[in-house]
Design a binder for this molecule. Structure first.
Ligand SMILES: [Zn+2]
Ligand SMILES: [Zn+2]
Length: 285
């Protein structure tokens, strides 16, 4: 069994890189892909530990991108793009490009703090950073808002303050999906469309076909078929599309540790995953 989609505490997972390696070893996983959001820090920390303890580690990343704007006046949908580096390490150019996006996240956080303060919410960046460390994002703001009693739940925090359409909502600049695909390619990686069910029209054949055809022009190579939240029908549709377009099938749990209860490393939700090693071999070819 392997798992090609997991997060450490260097993005929004709860396990440290070394903790995650140990969890993978305890499960006797044959390979583990670390795919933190917009950072390689978790993989970088995990790589020497995995080597020491004899676990095959796959270098990955999950980029937050935006779909092309089709409807002016509305926010383009957010799309996650996986990048796997199975043959070469990511290039220096790619690493520098990532740092730029991390800076844009930091700027967004500063703006968000200012807006919240203007709305009378007593919150400081330091408090949020204590929760989110080096990849502080809106879920960490939500936690602090709940802890301080401004809202009762994370959902309320987003609805009332944090969503892009809410009172303190601040848009964050994100790269386009096409640019993400090209960047992963140029860095020597394999771009893979993550959990397609979340896309607008992602569970229907026609819009998915149209999107995949466009993405392949930019260099998309794979599609995440096996995923904790995919239904049997989803899996069937994505397998059909992967065969039609000769896209590499990948899969993983999207394990976030205790931050996504119910999703287990390796086995996903209610043991709906059991991915063979051949999936990784397919990615290598
Ligand atoms: Zn994702
Ligand atoms: Zn993920």
């Amino acid at each position: 069994m392997i798992d090609l989609h997991s997060h450490t505490d260097q993005s929004d997972g709860s396990s440290s890189p070394s903790g995650l390696i140990q969890e993978a070893l305890d499960l006797k996983l044959e390979a583990l892909g670390i795919t933190d959001h917009d950072t390689l820090a978790g993989y970088d920390l995990a790589a020497p530990i995995a080597k020491d303890r004899g676990l095959e580690l796959v270098c990955g990343i999950e980029l937050s991108t935006r779909l092309e704007q089709t409807d002016p006046g509305t926010r383009a949908p957010s799309v996650h793009l996986l990048g796997y580096f199975v043959r070469t390490e990511p290039t220096v150019t790619f690493r520098e490009w990532l740092v730029n996006w991390q800076n844009s996240r930091r700027e967004r956080n500063l703006k968000l703090i200012r807006r919240l303060n203007e709305l009378g919410v007593d919150i400081q960046l330091e408090e949020v950073q204590k929760v989110g460390r080096n990849l502080t994002g809106r879920p960490h703001f939500a936690k602090v808002l709940v802890a301080k009693g401004y809202v009762k739940t994370t959902q309320e925090a987003f609805d009332k303050y944090l969503a892009e359409t809410a009172a303190a909502g601040v848009e964050r600049e994100e790269c386009s999906l096409y640019e993400g695909v090209r960047m992963v390619r140029e860095a020597g990686g394999t771009p893979v469309l993550a959990h397609p069910y979340r896309l607008p029209g992602g569970r229907e054949e026609a819009p998915m076909s149209a999107l995949l055809e466009k993405l392949m022009e930019h260099g998309l190579a794979g599609i995440e078929i096996f995923y904790s939240e995919h239904s049997d029908a989803d899996r069937e549709l994505y397998l059909k599309l992967a065969t039609r377009y000769r896209l590499i099938p990948t899969g993983g749990s999207d394990y976030h540790g205790k931050y996504k209860p119910g999703i287990e490393l390796g086995t996903g939700r209610d043991h709906n995953l059991n991915l063979p090693y051949s999936l990784l071999e397919g990615l290598r070819q």
